[in-house]
Design a protein around this ligand. Structure first.
Ligand code: BGC
Length: 747
């Protein structure tokens, strides 16, 4: 992204070549808006008065399913958008959702949000943004519709796979990395879905009731960091309502918090079809209306807005502000001058995809050090499960990517095992087949038909897998969700947390046939593991891994890479334990069109820890093939309410590995409710065998503060704060304290 652009006449030359200019211009005649040496705001100041009312209106609503604006007579190009967030989506028509079937719209599939956040590596998130930004340029897209950063409130939400977990600090760090990487490549990030789109069920109608502290402390910080720290130039309004008003026409959220308090200078773009009323949209903060239907003139910010202005219902300056915000995206993406050429599916891009997939793998259990696979002990390796041969990059709906290639688990494992062992495969189970229409309804959801697997087929698949397991020295059983409706998919939520179909039964049968069984979960959200977990010696969560999924997983299974992923979301023992479940239907999915976030601040581990509920696997958890020792905690004040926390971490094993050092703050003294502990800093540190490194973590005033709804500001209550440093939210290795003497504001 540029704010000051190099001087170039590229669009002029292009216009001249197309015969759009009657007489060639000399340098002195270049209008100011085309002069790349001038500041962007000065160029926009010059351009806006040259636009007709119709041209301005054309910039605030869609004129293609992923396109807006464009003023050919002035050499102002269209603004092209595309999904997002895990790669550049395949082309659709201008007015039809059906894929165009081109052969030049492939892209690298990056692992989705759940995997990116499981790396706990903001630098890798930045590299991910860089890849997507470069590919967006190559594909001619100015705005990338991502990243998604809604907080995981319930593990049932179909879109959790797309998001950065249950903790606002972790989500914010990953989001900031991604946005910075992307926007450095002449591409604009459209962070989404603002706000509180925490369920897919009824997403087009439901209204969220949330208390002010939960809003500020849990649901908004990742957006706030994307805007204030990373300078995201676009934000997508969500489908749902918040406190009775649709998010794309929600004055308190858009004009109040986003543009007012956070000083957002970019454009608010509606989710596709999420705008409901002209006047509300125009006045409550929307800048660009996008939609799912092809009748663009009928959009709420099209003809109706034009006529409203002509009738004097809206001030002209208000439209100019919207146009300015849209133009900022266009200018900052380099579209008025010359954009970076970009690149696609380069070796470097594939390397980033591979690293994310590798670093995301979370080792949940490894009894008797069954992993990594020891080739000396394995002659025959059985790979079982349909998820071992499925590809997932196209799954999940709008985030789907037409990947150049995607290695499946079976391909990855077979390639790695080549020459050292036999690999046999058995399907074991099969997900139902889903056929979907390409067109969408008003809430962006596609019609679908589901064909279930006949019972006799399912039984036979399972029987054959048991035979394969008996024949093998080691079994890799790849279970998980389908990345289709009701299994990690936009537009539908899951109905429970169990593995679909007869997978749990299959796992139990396979492990009975061969106790040397490793279960690999390929899913974007937690599943429960009853009753098989106790019997299975090794379990990994691999998420969806993008283009290099199978080869990355194989590297971890064979020990070429030591697992270093940590859970960005709690895995509960049962759905009944989850925070949103406790309030009954009022709390999820809502009653009479309203969902009440009754658990307030207690989302994710904040809930389990405060209520003393034992999770299956806690937030921040993940094993390694080595072990790490923590020592020498030191807390040094940097000011009255900020500090540097230091500790040493030593790799005690014989393998290189990486540890995510997590810092939680505990507040037992404030006048208001505080969760048992809250993540406020973390660092991922790579260590050779025997190596020790000192890790430094910064705590700022915000690390100790809560949001005071009465004072409308961040407050710190004086007292002693606990400093908890550990390997997961439930594995605290070092404890210290940090006293703050005076109450203070942390704004
Ligand atoms: C999704 C958005 C997406 C848009 C365009 C909507 O259904 O919620 O995240 O960017 O479609 O495909």
């Amino acid at each position: 992204m540029r704010l000051s652009l190099p001087r170039t006449c590229a669009p002029l030359l292009a216009c001249a070549a197309l015969g759009l200019l009657r007489t060639p211009l000399g340098a002195a005649d270049i209008p100011r808006y085309r002069d790349a040496s001038l500041p962007v705001e000065a160029r926009i100041d010059d351009l806006i008065p040259r636009l007709t009312l119709e041209e301005k209106i054309g910039m605030v609503h869609a004129n293609g399913l992923f396109r807006s604006g464009g003023v050919p007579r002035l050499g102002v190009p269209y603004l092209w958008m595309d999904d997002g967030p895990q790669g550049i989506r395949a082309e659709t028509g201008l007015t039809s959702w059906a894929p165009t079937g081109q052969t030049d719209d492939y892209a690298t599939a990056l692992p989705p949000g759940c995997a990116l956040s499981a790396t706990w590596n903001p630098e890798l998130a930045q590299a991910c943004g860089t890849v997507i930004g470069e590919e967006a340029c190559m594909r001619g897209k100015n705005v990338l519709l991502g990243p998604g950063m809604n907080i995981i409130r319930t593990p049932l939400c179909g879109r959790d796979y797309d998001y950065f977990g249950e903790d606002p600090w972790l989500a914010g760090r990953i989001a900031v990395g991604y946005v910075r990487g992307l926007q450095a490549e002449d591409s604009i990030a459209c962070v989404k879905h603002f706000a509180l789109n925490n369920q897919e069920k009824d997403r087009g109608t439901v209204s969220v009731e949330v208390d002010e502290r939960a809003l500020r402390e849990i649901y908004l910080p990742a957006f706030e960091a994307s805007v204030r720290e990373a300078g995201a130039l676009a934000i997508m309004g969500a489908y749902n309502k918040v406190r009775g008003a649709y998010c794309c026409q929600n004055g308190p959220l858009l004009n109040g918090i986003l543009k007012g308090e956070w000083g957002f200078r970019g454009a608010v773009i509606s989710d596709w079809g999420a705008t409901h009323d002209s006047k509300e949209a125009v006045t409550q903060g929307l800048d660009l209306e996008m939609g799912s239907g092809p009748k663009f003139e009928e959009y709420r910010m099209a003809k109706a807005y034009l006529e409203g202005i002509q009738a004097g219902s809206y001030p002209a300056g208000q439209l100019d502000d919207k146009v300015r915000r849209n133009l900022r995206m266009l200018f900052a993406s380099g579209a008025m001058d010359s954009r970076k050429p970009g690149s696609i599916n380069t070796p470097a891009h594939r390397e980033v995809a591979r690293r994310i997939a590798e670093e995301a793998v979370v080792l949940l259990k490894n009894e008797g050090a069954l992993l990594p696979i020891d080739p000396a002990k394995v002659k025959t390796l059985a790979v079982i499960g349909q998820n071992a041969v499925r590809t997932f990059a196209q799954g999940g709906n709008s985030a789907g990517v037409k990947a150049f290639h995607e290695t499946t688990v079976l391909e990855g494992v077979a390639a790695r095992a080549l020459g050292s062992m036999n690999v046999i495969f058995s399907e074991g189970y099969r997900h139902p087949e889903v056929h979907r229409s390409s067109e969408r309804d008003a809430a962006g959801v596609r019609r679908m038909e589901v064909t279930e697997v006949p019972t006799d087929v399912a039984r036979e698949l399972s029987d054959r897998a048991v035979v394969a397991a008996k024949d093998a020295d080691l079994v890799i059983l790849v279970a998980g969700l389908s990345h289709q409706p009701r299994g990690d998919d936009e537009g539908t939520d899951r109905v429970d947390l169990s593995l679909p179909g007869r997978q749990a039964e299959l796992i139990a049968r396979v492990v009975e046939a061969n106790p040397r069984t490793v279960v690999v979960l390929v899913s974007g959200s937690p599943v429960v593991m009853d009753p098989w977990l106790a019997k299975v010696p090794a379990v990994l969560e691999a998420w969806y891994g993008g283009s290099e999924a199978g080869s990355a997983l194989a590297q971890v299974l064979f020990g070429d890479v030591t697992p270093s992923g940590k859970l960005p979301v709690t895995f509960p023992r049962a759905l009944a334990h989850t925070p949103a479940y406790q309030g009954g239907l009022r709390a999820y999915p809502g009653v009479d069109g309203v969902v009440h976030y009754e658990e307030g601040l207690l989302v994710g581990y904040r809930w389990y820890d405060t209520k003393n509920i034992e999770p299956l696997f806690p937030f921040g958890f993940g094993l390694s093939y080595t072990t790490f020792e923590y020592s020498k905690l030191k807390v040094t004040p940097d000011g009255p309410d900020s500090a540097t926390v230091e500790c040493d971490v030593t790799n005690k094993g014989a393998r290189a590995g990486a540890e995510v050092v997590q810092l939680y703050v505990e507040d037992g003294h404030s006048r208001v409710q505080r969760p048992a502990k809250e993540l406020k800093a973390f660092a991922k540190v790579a260590l050779a065998p025997g190596e020790t490194k000192t890790v430094k973590l910064a705590l700022t005033p915000r690390s100790f503060a809560y949001y005071s709804a009465e004072a409308h500001s961040w407050r710190i209550d004086a007292g002693s704060f606990g400093i908890l440093v550990g390997s997961s939210s439930r594995d605290i290795r070092l404890r210290g304290a940090y006293p703050i003497a005076d109450a203070a504001s942390a704004d």
